[in-house]
Write a protein that binds this ligand. Structure first.
Ligand SMILES: [Zn+2]
Length: 55
């Protein structure tokens, strides 16, 4: 189970989620990027710096 780093709310990624997908906490609106971690997902805070972010 994933928990929002901001407000500790539970975050449930869709079953068809893919790594790199951005999910949003429904409680506080914080955005996270999904990271595949074995057979489950981790999250890291998404960088909100515009469309050119990334490599
Ligand atoms: Zn939250």
């Amino acid at each position: 189970m994933l928990k929002c780093l901001e407000c500790d709310a539970e975050i449930k990624p869709p079953f068809d989620s893919i790594e790199g997908e951005i999910i949003t906490c429904s409680d506080c609106g914080a955005s996270y990027e999904l990271l595949q971690s074995g057979d489950k997902f981790d999250i890291k805070p998404a960088q909100d710096v515009g469309e050119d972010w990334g490599e």
